[in-house]
Design a protein around this ligand. Structure first.
Ligand code: TRP
Length: 336
């Protein structure tokens, strides 16, 4: 049986939220339990520096993201789980790739184009506030993927372009230096929900509309009460398809529970009552992981040890592979 490599990273800015859980962490953990899959999951802390230049936040967020994966049941016997910055071969590869990646390709990256458009709209210089980190963000992401020959990369739609860029860069490298890289492929799982946030837009740190994963009960209740609804009164039938309350319910509930809630919407359940039931559903599901999360946050030494072990496993692969890539590109000692 051929083995498949799955690889994904979470950028360490901010606290993980329900959207990360449903859209990325839960399916990744499920995939890691399948036979025949080699899973590489990591904290993208070097990517964190692009968006956040507050050292204490990047640092704290790394700890939170690591504790979140572990609290939600990631089994590090099945998965190579590491911190990007612990693998120096990634930044080294990033340079080799920078030297083959076309600048014109990077000009088309969404994040960079958005920044330019916003600057132009504001009458600023087009590159105002744009760092080389932001500009070459897709090259670092390509290094993450190619370092472990991550063939299949589960991503949200917003990341498809980055995977295409990674393919393009891998192809150029292979063309110049020989067939070293598997061409990566984006895997979009349509059964994985892209959660809506409190305001009905996609749940995202950048919109500030998230429900953080491990809030205490009181805070969780408060956040759920802020989910945007409409003015329909109790007793008036409500449309589940346009409701964020229903959408979050559906992403977490078993199918019978979803059918039950669909019925309640048809019967005109009050928004207050629907939110109360949603709170109970989320709280029941997250109570045990929350307890583990709180314990893990008190044990940074355990998390550090886990990540170091993961980095060792990762480097068993990346060290010899990087040596091969150096050699292929002409960077090696005179007696080798
Ligand atoms: N750019 C991704 C995000 O913001 C995170 C990431 C970094 C990543 N490196 C990656 C995802 C490699 C998949 C593969 O969500």
């Amino acid at each position: 049986m051929t083995r498949e490599t799955h690889l994904t990273g979470i950028t360490t800015t901010g606290s993980p939220h329900l959207g990360n859980y449903v859209g990325a962490i839960r399916p990744a953990i499920a995939a890691s339990q399948q036979p025949g899959i080699d899973a590489y999951y990591f904290l993208a802390d070097l990517h964190g520096l692009i968006k956040c230049q507050r050292p204490e936040l990047v640092h704290q967020s790394s700890l939170e993201v690591a504790a979140t994966w572990l609290a939600l049941g990631l089994n590090t016997d099945n998965v190579v789980f590491y911190r990007q910055s612990d693998i120096p071969e990634i930044t080294e590869l990033c340079w080799l790739l920078n030297c083959v990646a076309a600048k014109g390709l990077m000009n088309r990256a969404h994040a960079y184009k958005d920044a330019v458009q916003n600057n132009e709209a504001a009458g600023e210089d087009p590159d105002f506030g744009v760092t080389m980190g932001l500009f070459s963000y897709p090259v670092l992401m390509t290094a993450d993927i190619l370092m472990f020959n991550g063939g299949r990369v589960p991503v949200g739609r917003d990341q498809i372009q980055h995977i295409e860029m990674a393919r393009d860069i891998a192809q150029r490298f292979n063309h110049l230096y020989g067939e070293h890289f598997v061409l990566p492929e984006a895997v979009i799982d349509n059964s994985v929900a892209v959660l809506q946030g409190l305001d009905g837009r996609k749940m995202s740190k950048s919109y500030g509309n998230t429900i953080p994963l491990f809030l205490n009960e009181k805070q969780l209740k408060k956040h759920i009460n802020k989910i945007k609804t409409n003015l329909l009164e109790p007793g008036e039938p409500k449309d589940p398809e346009t409701s964020t309350v229903f959408q979050i319910w559906q992403a977490l509930a078993a199918s019978e529970q979803t059918e039950y809630m669909r019925g309640e919407f048809a019967n005109g359940i009050a928004w207050g009552e629907a939110k109360k039931q949603l709170f109970e559903l989320i709280n029941n599901q997250l109570a045990a992981p929350r307890e583990r999360y709180n314990e893990l946050m008190e044990s940074p030494a355990f998390i550090e040890k886990t990540l170091r072990e993961g980095a060792e496993k990762a480097r068993d692969y990346s060290r010899p592979f990087m040596a091969r890539l150096r050699k292929a590109s002409g960077i090696y000692g005179f007696t080798e």
